[in-house]
Ligand binder design. Sequence first.
Ligand SMILES: CC(C)(COP(=O)(O)OP(=O)(O)OC[C@H]1O[C@@H](n2cnc3c(N)ncnc32)[C@H](O)[C@@H]1OP(=O)(O)O)[C@@H](O)C(=O)NCCC(=O)NCCS
Length: 185
Amino acid sequence: MNNENIIHIDAKDFFLVEPSEIYAEQISEYRQEFLDADSSMDGCGPLRRCENPIEYIAECKKYKNKETIPNDFVVTTQFLYVRKSDMRIVGMIQVRHYFNDWLSEFGGHIGYAIRPTERRKGYAVSMLKAILPYCKELGLEKILISCIDGNIGSEKTILKNGGVYESTVCEPDRKRNLKRFWITL
Ligand SMILES: CC(C)(COP(=O)(O)OP(=O)(O)OC[C@H]1O[C@@H](n2cnc3c(N)ncnc32)[C@H](O)[C@@H]1OP(=O)(O)O)[C@@H](O)C(=O)NCCC(=O)NCCS
């Protein structure tokens, strides 16, 4: 196991780690599972367009570095949520270190997903909980998370982590209502 970029080890059986080559095959499988299930890859960064996991890993590194992030994007750290017992990636979560206009209104600081075959096991709740100390280390005092109105699983995940509902906004491009929640760190 590459210990260098592991930032959090759960009390349970999971850790958060930045994508690296040792997870390449797993990243491919993870991506394929979302494609097969036609599921939304929230919080996975450029995974959908990166068929090659090595390219994905390189892209994540690019998004973490202020010198190399594409125009209009903000510095973002991507994590894999890995179950220690079988080293399976069960989810992905990303932290945007600050806002651009779109993030401040719609996107928020954090995006996440759990792979379809690992849902309804409490993993989203524990993954979000696990990322909060990292957000604090970045100097954030409160974080904004938005979810589509009607995404009960995500809304409960946020509420179970201390999220407080603020407002609902309509994202005009995609014509969807997003519920905004704040978690004070
Ligand atoms: C939303 C998502 C992250 C939830 O992941 P998960 O690991 O299944 O969630 P958890 O098991 O931690 O469940 C959290 C709570 O939501 C509930 N829940 C989860 N999915 C649900 C669903 N589809 N319908 C109703 N409730 C649901 C759980 O029962 C649990 O509540 P409880 O403790 O009161 O029983 C997952 O469905 C997903 O990845 N969806 C696609 C991407 C996405 O929507 N990301 C969020 C973007 S804001």
